[in-house]
Design a protein around this ligand. Sequence first.
Ligand SMILES: O=C(O)c1ccc[n+]([C@@H]2O[C@H](COP(=O)([O-])O)[C@@H](O)[C@H]2O)c1
Ligand SMILES: Cc1cc2nc[nH]c2cc1C
Length: 337
Amino acid sequence: MTIPFDDLAGLRAVLSDLPGPDRAAAEKAQSRNAQLTKPAGSLGRLEELATWYAGWRGTARPVLARPQVAIFAANHGVVARGVSAFPAAVTAQMVGNFEAGGAAVNQLAQTFGARLTVHALDLDRPTRDFVDTAAMSEAELVAAMAAGWAAVDPEADLLVAGEMGIGNTCSASAIALALEGGEAQDWTGRGTGVDDAGLARKAEAVAQGIARIEGTRDPLEVLRQLGGREIAAMAGAVLAARRHRIPVILDGFICCAAALVLHRAAPGALDHAVAGHQGAEGGHARLLERLGKAPLLSLGLRLGEGSGGVLAIGVLRGALACHSGMATFAEAGVSDG
Ligand SMILES: O=C(O)c1ccc[n+]([C@@H]2O[C@H](COP(=O)([O-])O)[C@@H](O)[C@H]2O)c1
Ligand SMILES: Cc1cc2nc[nH]c2cc1C
């Protein structure tokens, strides 16, 4: 599908015209759920998950056939400030590892039957250091969001958006602080594992970046100012999924910061998304609260690369297998009470 925007005005137009779920399909799914051979409500959140998925796919008895995991990679100028435990070169090295099948997400995607696509975004051209200046120009922001949009397979029936980018927890923290307020420390965590001095440098970079753009509230402008490309691309991908009515499972802190931009830009923009997990990164739990999303899993992950979102495909698969495969009371000849 062609990309329906080539500038910020076009992006805003897309955000103001988001499709909703198929309510009739969701109602049919709800009524099927009520007839399945189990005490009402006994499958807990699996029941609402199946109904939610049915509504977005427009069918009362859906199956999950073509999940896609899209990983976006980019580099960050702010890394020069010593805000990560790893050097920027690791971003490109890990892209090679994804392509060779050697990363955690490769194993998880294979285990949960998802197709993995990897999208490296101008790795040789890091975004500018957001402490000093805007991370991206308008054209760069639009290009990164368009890359995210284009990465989504319109035939997919589930999207997990993931990322790889040394330094990107710093950028994600700054975005969260700009949009949600509070103190830099509230949103700044250890990322790949920085020590106390690194954590202090990181919180300082976040605070300075926010001071530089003081008063900027527009979510897309916050994203342009604070970067990075993979965060913008994830936002573009989640938006494209909405256009195709493809349900989304969100991953960790950085993915949720990308989602937050959409959430603040258009109320309800994340209705087609669930939170895959709550990770260990400082600020992720708070961010999920602000998104109004309860995580499906809580495993102490802080890897990124879509890992927690892919694990949650297993939960969704379980929910849909029960919903679409179970017998009704009438079919099984079981007394319904
Ligand atoms: O997803 C998360 O919550 C998460 C938490 C901590 C680190 N990461 C990953 O680690 C990298 C960013 O960490 P850092 O310390 O370089 O900012 C990036 O590649 C992320 O995928 C991811
Ligand atoms: C090795 C490594 C793998 C990653 N995967 C996602 N972020 C990462 C960061 C590092 C450092």
